[in-house]
Design a protein around this ligand. Sequence first.
Ligand code: C5P
Length: 326
Amino acid sequence: MSVAVRSFGKINIGLRIGASRADGFHELRTVYQTIDLADIVRVDMGRGTGIEVYCKDPRVPSDETNTCWRVADKMLRSLKMRGKVKITIEKNLPVQGGMGAASSNAIATLFGLEKVLKKQLSAEERLRIASEVGSDLPLFLVGGTVLGTGRGEQVYALEDLPSFPCVVATPEIGVSTPAAFAEWDKRYPAPAKLTPQPASDKINTFSQSVYEWLSGSSFSPTGVPENGWDRAEALLLDLVRTGIENDFETVVFPKHPAIREVKRALERSGAKYVSLSGSGSTVFGLFADQAAAEKAAKALIDNDIPAKATTTLPRNRYWREIFPAK
Ligand code: C5P
């Protein structure tokens, strides 16, 4: 039996880096948002034992360092089952591009393997396995608009944003996430974090800004409209005013000015909100209309920058579309 699973990507709408922790990770706060671009992960179960990962892209490892491999291994142990698991990844999302593809592929493996084994892990067990494999996995157990806390692995479903037209542009520049965190520590060594604003305050302010943004309580005197496109447009405008930003930009842009240039190009093309996603190199723009998004993507492609026009993907669609129709 073989099961195909859509493995959607994500963007980060704002990301605040806090204190580095004793375990080597950093506290952070972010709003994850799933998007309507996906890899396809196929899971097969056969006779024998072992886990095999196949992907045409040579940058995707096929050994036990692959997140899909690690999730499959942990699941078999948890369920006390044996068998030969074959995982095939059809890439569409950029590799190490800040769109969470490897994390999403791993969660797609979890759902696919549950189906082929006709077993379901408990919600706690799913979350345990996901967070052991990486900070960005658990968000894909929720989908839609998700608040990430802790090292990013503690996830809370937020009221879903409407579906926004979105352009993702991924310049061909490899940005290592651990290196970006290390650069952050160099730039903001621990004692400096106490001035002028303690790290914890900065982190709390982020949560407050997100609350104000989503409830529309801070800036629009009449409040954000309940439904429809007016609400979507008001939310986009409020997002900019709330000052929700990605801290990685302060370390990634000086090192890779070409990525900053992509941000500027998207701003010039009429995007309402533009930001780096994760530690990059993906930069995304949220637009008020799809035609403008398509035009912006085309302009980037004409300048040799890989880009795609898509939409953000609300939770109900994430779950409806995760298993493609045969
Ligand atoms: O959890 P994940 O595998 O994505 O993390 C990769 C690396 O990124 C970690 O080993 C750590 O160096 C860094 N990281 C961090 N703080 C986080 C998440 C990741 O320092 N909140």
